[in-house]
Ligand binder design. Structure first.
Ligand SMILES: [Zn+2]
Length: 356
């Protein structure tokens, strides 16, 4: 007992001093090659080594706040042609001021470099996989698996909260919306709901029925959720465009969410009465040809309403898809190209009850 007493005293003194020490000159926070001391910002890369196919370098920025606090991850560009979401996170890298932040922000502005460079929608052209379907990834798979593995270890496991950004891809005319995936854990769900309301997008999908196997979590936000970290998905932008309004929704939504998490000073702006959607219905094409849309993103449709038509290359109508349910057009095919089995539209069905 006597021997341990002086040691305990030293530990207590160290603990008592720790908060001041951390805010003044704490250790740097490093992700990949980006290492930022408190009060600083750094950029670098997550190096995905070559394996059965080529390696890739995923850009990463760390904004290490001058004051201690939680770690928030902002990840975008899993689909490298959902441009508005990529530009929004890039703007945040430039604009976030570490001297005003409590905690640390990890920003990944572009997961899928090959998709961006080659203008390939939906997938990583290196292995033809969607980069938001193979989490938590594995170290010995194809490039998408290996990148997902590294993001799980270096970003998800090091974070307390996560936001995954998407939008309409090159062929998708999309209205902005968010996903909230309740887990059944009260405190986690309360925080993720606060995050999604603070983000402020006015249509929110309640995403139930998701994978519960931590080793096969599939989606990035679900990977965070299953590890006990509140996470949301946000979508804005459409069909290759970078509209100021879409980028502003994503940038301002992020700042408001950071305020709700007490990582930035100021009051968050919560959306008061969003439209809650509890089901998303895929409309799939029964034929190949030229797509003519009769609805726009954001249109509300009644069940049975004609959404558009598909002609062959001589102008003869071959398919007339109808709405399988009443709801809002979350996105609709933005281009004439359509193959049998392609997604024509996603309809969000309005929830009968507002979640409590
Ligand atoms: Zn996406």
């Amino acid at each position: 007992m006597l021997r341990s007493f002086p040691f305990s005293l030293v530990s207590l003194v160290t603990l008592a001093l720790w908060p001041n020490f951390a805010s003044a000159q704490g250790p740097p926070f490093a992700v990949g090659t980006a290492s930022a001391a408190p009060g600083q910002k750094a950029t670098g890369y997550l190096e995905v080594p070559a394996g059965v196919d080529g390696g890739t370098s995923i850009p990463v920025a760390v904004v290490n706040g001058a004051k201690p606090g939680p770690v928030l991850a902002l990840v975008t560009g899993a689909h490298g042609t959902e441009y508005a979401s990529i530009i929004a996170v890039e703007k945040l890298i430039v604009e976030l001021d570490p001297t005003k932040i409590s905690g640390t922000i990890i920003l990944i502005p572009l997961v899928n470099i090959a998709s961006f460079e080659q203008e390939t929608p939906h997938v990583n052209p290196v292995d033809n996989k969607s980069m938001n379907r193979f989490y938590p990834g594995k170290s010995d798979g194809t490039q998408t698996d290996r990148a997902s593995f590294l993001i799980t270890k270096q970003v998800v496991d090091r974070s307390d909260y996560l936001i995954d950004y998407h939008g309409g891809d090159l062929d998708e005319s999309l209205r902005p919306y968010a996903y909230w995936g309740p887990t059944g854990k009260e405190s986690q769900d309360r925080i993720s709901k606060e995050m999604v309301l603070a983000f402020g997008l006015d249509h929110i999908i309640i995403w139930g029925d998701r994978p519960t196997d931590i080793a096969a979590s599939r989606y990035l936000d679900n990977t965070a959720s299953l590890r006990g970290k509140p996470a949301i998905v946000v979508e804005a932008g459409h069909a290759g465009t970078v509209e100021t309004d879409d980028v502003a929704l994503l940038v301002n939504g992020t700042l408001s969410t950071m305020r709700a998490l007490k990582m930035l000073p100021g009051e968050p702006h919560y959306i008061e009465n969003p439209v809650w959607l509890d089901k998303v219905v895929d409309v799939i094409s029964d034929g190949s040809g030229i797509w003519y849309s009769l609805v726009k993103r954001g249109t509300y449709v009644q069940e049975g309403m004609k959404l558009g038509y598909v002609t062959d290359f001589f102008g003869k109508v071959i398919v007339e898809p109808h709405a399988p349910a009443a709801g809002v057009v979350l996105h609709v095919n933005a281009v004439p190209s359509l193959k049998k089995g392609d997604n024509i539209a996603n309809l969000g069905v309005v929830a009968s009850k507002v979640p409590r």
